[in-house]
Write a protein that binds this ligand. Structure first.
Ligand code: DC
Length: 335
């Protein structure tokens, strides 16, 4: 026996919508699995709690499933779940590798049933990683871990202690003492040095460049990566950085590599900083980003690189919504 799954959505709760959506879904399942009617033993439907006007099982009878057993049930309300959705399971009297069918946007990660999963987003500065990572995390109600903030906090600690970020010896001594942690309040990451929340101090150009330099050292990366793996091991989260897909979580469930042209990336950072009231010189910012790119991608230990199995998305000419939709679509295709 084989079990084939499927789902579809309807635009409104009406008998006609339900009839045609169920007929379409079953027809697609039949054709994609080369089924004959008499091979279908039974069909079980469940519909979301906002569907009342017609029984999906009756729609199946009307669509010509005359002899198999049929059953419909209603699901409890699921926070953040799909609206107006009909799910189906067909029990089929032959052994095939099933083609499950999801129509009309009915395929999303169901938060109530989904297992723990990690999304890795890597890419150079200004490629849109953190914006997209935050939105994805919010959409799926999972954690967002900004790994760049951790390296930035290391750099801030070094600057404060007068440690030369180029000097491996000094940096590794500092790392042995460093009390860095990441805590979440209302779903927002706060990066802590000891008991001090340093999140607001991490975005200056000096800290950016020092973070790129300090993150070259293996002793820094090992300590940060250990923390990142610990967090990602416990819960579903989106991590953004440079080496998440290649080194931190090579088995991440979903991997993306975002990029954009140097001009676009510099412009985004410029807009972000000036919106916060900071004074920045565009050309200097562009040069800093180029220098960081070079340094991040040429370092020896876990450099910035696209993982072989990561999906490349060039965001240069895309809106935030387009990037988000692209990533979500790619994830659905992979489920
Ligand atoms: O993503 P960001 O701009 O906040 O990162 C700051 C620097 O930290 C970046 O230039 C390189 C380093 N970094 C890293 O080496 N690995 C990561 N996973 C994240 C950031």
């Amino acid at each position: 026996m084989t079990v084939i799954r499927g789902a579809t959505t309807i635009a409104n709760d009406s008998a006609d919508e339900i009839r045609s959506a169920v007929a379409e879904l079953l027809a697609q399942i039949e054709s994609r699995n080369s089924l004959k009617r008499d091979e279908v033993l039974s069909i079980v439907f469940s519909s979301t709690s906002d569907i009342h006007s017609f029984y999906p099982a009756k729609a199946a009878r009307e669509a010509g499933f005359a002899s198999c057993s049929l059953f419909s049930a209603q699901e409890p309300e699921i926070e953040g779940g799909l609206a107006l959705c009909i799910r189906v399971m067909l029990f089929v009297e032959k052994n095939i590798s099933p083609h499950h069918v999801y129509l009309r946007g009915a395929r999303i990660l169901r938060k109530d049933l989904a297992q723990k999963f990690n999304i890795a987003i890597d890419g150079p500065a200004g490629s849109g990683k953190s914006t997209i990572a935050k939105l994805l995390a919010n959409d799926y109600q999972i954690l967002y871990l900004d790994t760049g903030a951790m390296y930035r906090a290391c750099a801030l600690a070094a600057n404060r202690a007068g440690v030369d970020v180029e000097d491996a010896g000094q940096v590794c001594d500092l790392m042995r003492e460093l009390q860095l942690s990441v805590v979440y309040r209302d779903g927002v990451q706060h990066t802590m040095l000891g008991g001090e929340d340093v999140s607001a101090l991490l975005r200056t150009p000096e800290v950016s460049m020092a973070a790129s330099t300090i993150s070259r050292h293996a002793c820094v990366r090992k300590k940060m990566v250990e923390k990142q793996r610990e967090i990602a091991g416990k819960m579903s989260c989106v991590l953004d950085g440079r080496d998440i897909g290649t080194f931190v979580l090579p088995d991440a469930d979903f991997k993306f590599f975002l990029t954009a042209s140097p001009d676009v990336r510099a412009r985004r950072r410029y807009d972000e900083l000036t919106a916060r009231g900071e004074q920045v010189d565009f050309e200097a910012l562009k040069a800093e980003i180029a220098a960081r790119d070079r340094q991040d991608s040429t370092r020896e230990f876990a450099p910035l690189r696209q993982a072989e199995d990561a999906i490349l998305v060039d965001t240069s000419d895309m809106t935030v919504d387009q990037v988000l939709e692209t990533l979500k679509r790619k994830m659905q295709e992979k489920i």
